[in-house]
Design a protein around this ligand. Sequence first.
Ligand code: ACO
Length: 331
Amino acid sequence: MLHSYIAGVGSFVPPNRVTNDDLSRLMTTSHDWIVTRSGIEERRFADEGVYCSDLALEASKKAIADAGISPSDVDFIIFATLSPDYHFPGTACYLQPKLGLNMVPCMDVRNQCTGFLYSLAVADAFVKAGMYKNILVVGAEVHSSALDFTDEGRDVAVLFGDGAGAVIVQPSPGEESGILYSELHADGSHAKALHMDIWDISRKPFLTPESCATRERWPTMKGKVVFKHAITRLVEVVNSTLAATGVGADDIKFVIPHQANMRINQFVAQMLEMPQEKFLHNMQVYGNTTAASIPLLLDETYRAGKIERGDLLMLLGFGSGFTWGATLLRW
Ligand code: ACO
């Protein structure tokens, strides 16, 4: 049976570095508070006028080049983001002409920090069905425009950064390599644990000067609830993925987890009795880039020469929704 593999990877972050000390000049916080709670030391923020699709474009060009194809070979675009260029249409439709790919089908996936894993599973299914052969899957975020940099929003604002990561998904050339298994989950009963109220379509009209002046325009998060559920669900999904595939934890070279919070990932490794070194991190320098975090870390790990053909990797994500999932792949 046809199955898919990741044929090319790329990532991009905007150049503007924002340290914890920079944030402490805008709100009451400190480098120590942020590092102790999250592991994050700095993040990148896009400049005024930069769209999510602009970051995605740079990452996509690198993934396309890495796969050894030209942009015109791409036959489907899947775009994962929670910070789209506009409310509609989907951001894939803004990326498509920037890549010079008019007429290629486009789809957005709105699954927040698990968006990349959902997108990858969709791409894998398309390849298995024989529908498409060069699918661009991109996760990108411009969070910095929608964070409250006052004391009221500091619990959320210090965690997030901007960036993009992309892969090209193709039919696997061999039996052995590629995406072996994907598991996706959601529990919408916690939708309000990390959310933004402003786009409330039940209101007529849905936006008013009054609603725009309230805190509805900023994301809100029940931090401890997210923290607790993230650990529980991530441990569960790793165990069920290992059980379903018959793979042992020792066989996995690296876990590439979503980069929300260092403590979440450390707890997960500890509860699974897996070595901490297997769980890779780059949130120290990028913060939480939501749908971009997994492909961004995958790209950096690959470019650092840490992954060899044949290595087993587990991609792992949890986020707003709640949504969570795991992908097991042989590089
Ligand atoms: N700087 C200083 N103080 C702060 C800040 C800040 N940036 N943010 C909140 N505080 C204050 C609060 O006002 C509160 O003060 P109070 O006790 O006087 O009311 C206090 O710090 C809360 O401190 P803690 O209880 O120690 O906070 P906690 O240990 O829960 O850490 C955090 C908060 C970091 C948000 C944590 O709950 C967390 O990481 N949760 C997971 C959330 C997450 O990772 N979200 C990412 C998005 S979802 C995803 O991608 C998985």
